[in-house]
Design a protein around this ligand. Structure first.
Ligand code: GTP
Ligand code: MG
Length: 197
């Protein structure tokens, strides 16, 4: 898919203040620092989302309008230890409400750092999605940090861990924002979903 235009639309603290338009949207969720905002920049082909090596950079629901036709949605990360408990609970509530209520959401992408074993917080989050019948697609991030062989090994281990709780491995992509890998595949998938009515 060709990206002709990409621009920031708005930041929202609650699902009720998200755009009223019926444009399809694609949201990115995962632990703080996993690379959500970087992935959005890679897909958009321009730096529209703020990234940082310090976890907790994204704190609102951020909308980016692509080709005047659909939205990329950057969500705050979960599992960030250095915020006050009340703030963490607010983040959790904002994310849960967004995911369970937003009709325009065509696909939720759950980002997982390819280098790590399955983290309890990711497992819990994906279980919550399952319990709430919310389909999701996994994107493994930071693939540039591993060799091809190491990446395959990590993927195989991750699939085994997923199969302890899931009947089958969800659809997944492997990406690197640093090396621009996975971009075409993810955009092609979004394009397919955009065509569905
Ligand atoms: P929060 O907004 O805090 O939840 O984080 P985030 O998930 O949006 O992460 P962000 O995109 O800000 O990236 C976090 C750090 O990881 C930054 O220092 C990025 O440069 C780095 N990073 C992100 N993606 C990649 C990648 O594919 N490869 C490498 N090597 N580094 C990456
Ligand atoms: Mg971010």
């Amino acid at each position: 898919m060709l990206i002709k235009s990409a621009k920031f639309s708005l930041s929202s603290p609650t699902v009720t203040l998200c755009p009223q338009s019926q444009l399809p949207e694609y949201a990115f969720i995962g632990r703080s620092n996993v690379g959500k905002s970087s992935l959005i920049n890679m897909l958009a082909g321009t730096t529209i989302a703020h990234t940082s090596s310090t976890p907790g950079k994204t704190r609102l629901i951020n909308y980016f309008l692509i080709n005047q036709e659909w939205h990329l949605v950057d969500l705050p990360g979960y599992g960030w230890a250095k915020v006050r408990k009340t703030e963490r609970e607010n983040f959790g509530k904002m994310i849960e409400e967004y995911i369970s209520q937003r009709q325009q959401l065509r696909c939720l992408f759950v980002l997982i750092d390819i280098r790590l074993e399955m983290q309890a917080i990711d497992r819990q989050f994906m279980e919550w999605l399952g319990e709430n019948d919310i389909p999701f697609v996994i994107i493994f991030t930071k693939a540039d940090k591993l060799s091809k062989a190491q990446a395959s090994e990590k993927l195989a281990t991750y699939q085994l861990a997923m199969l302890e709780n899931w009947e089958e491995m969800p659809m997944y992509f492997v990406s690197s924002s640093a090396k621009q890998t996975g971009k075409e595949e993810i955009l092609a998938y979004i394009d397919t979903l955009n065509q569905l009515q």
